[in-house]
Design a protein around this ligand. Structure first.
Ligand SMILES: Nc1ncnc2c1ncn2[C@@H]1O[C@H](COP(=O)(O)OP(=O)(O)OP(=O)(O)O)[C@@H](O)[C@H]1O
Length: 252
């Protein structure tokens, strides 16, 4: 069953048409890679799904049209995302980064929190249990009290990934999580993406420029070019498609 269906979305900035009837879908537990040359519109698709932009067309999450919802409402429905840059609070420790993400996305009643009412205490216990689970999944438990700024870049990116998972999403949008990572850090990231898929079974849409990672990990690939859907299918077929090769290299 489709977790998310993007149905012919189009978007223009001024006179520039950035998305032109883009359609894609991701199924429960599926890892869909979203690829395309620079400026193809990949991040813009994420911004349309997560409520930052309002395209024409439809975006249905578990059958519900979510266009027009605010980013925190989309997050509360179960769609989390990572950003290409700046997704962590550098001065907070790892555990507090995850906690802050949950508190920002899952809004509770501030008065009952202040008064320490049973509902608020129960919710706090749920937050802590979910965070412990994600820290364990990402092998970050030993670093829980370490300020993020003291960690190597690759680990900071992993904290960004864990932050998105801390929301307990059923769909995760990963915006080029491997950017700036060394080959070894990329292998670590690939491991955690696969582990998340196996243990949590959540659907993921993953923007990626590293074609080797895409070929190794993705269940399916969707290709954008100049704001249009160019190809969709199994990794081997898509990566050998002459139209896709031409989009990347300018020639077959
Ligand atoms: N807020 C905006 N205002 C004007 N133009 C924008 C805006 N956001 C994106 N664009 C334009 O839309 C096009 C698609 O950008 P987008 O960032 O979605 O591409 P991308 O496929 O994610 O690229 P990259 O791989 O380089 O990250 C680009 O031409 C970009 O300049």
């Amino acid at each position: 069953m489709s977790e998310l269906v993007v149905d012919k979305i189009s978007l223009s900035f001024g006179g520039l048409q950035v998305l032109n009837e883009v359609s894609l879908s991701v199924n429960e537990g599926e890892l869909l890679a979203l690829i395309g040359p620079n400026g193809a519109g990949k991040t813009t698709v994420f911004n349309c799904i997560s409520g930052l932009y309002r395209p024409t067309g439809a975006v249905r999450f578990r059958g519900q049209d979510i266009i027009g919802k605010k980013p925190h409402e989309v997050a509360a429905l179960g769609i989390a995302r990572t950003f290409q840059h700046g997704e962590v609070f550098a001065r907070l420790n790892v555990a507090d980064n995850l906690m802050a993400a949950r508190h920002l996305a899952i809004r509770s009643n501030p008065l009952s929190e202040m008064l320490g009412l049973p509902g608020a205490r129960r919710q706090e216990r749920e937050h802590r249990a979910q965070i412990a689970r994600i820290l364990d999944l990402c092998d970050l438990t030993a670093l829980a009290d370490t300020p993020v700024t003291d960690l190597p870049y690759g680990t900071q990116k992993l904290v960004g990934f864990a932050r998105a998972l801390a929301l307990g999403p059923s769909l995760l949008l990963l915006d080029e999580p491997s950017a700036g990572l060394t080959r070894e850090e990329r292998e670590d990231l690939a491991y955690y993406i696969l582990k998340t898929k196996a243990e949590l079974g959540i659907a993921m849409i993953w923007i990626e420029h590293d074609m080797q990672m895409v070929a190794d990990l993705a269940d399916r690939i969707h290709v954008l070019d100049y704001g249009r859907s160019l190809a969709d299918g199994a990794p081997e077929a898509v990566l050998n498609d002459p139209g896709v090769i031409k989009a990347y290299l300018g020639t077959v």
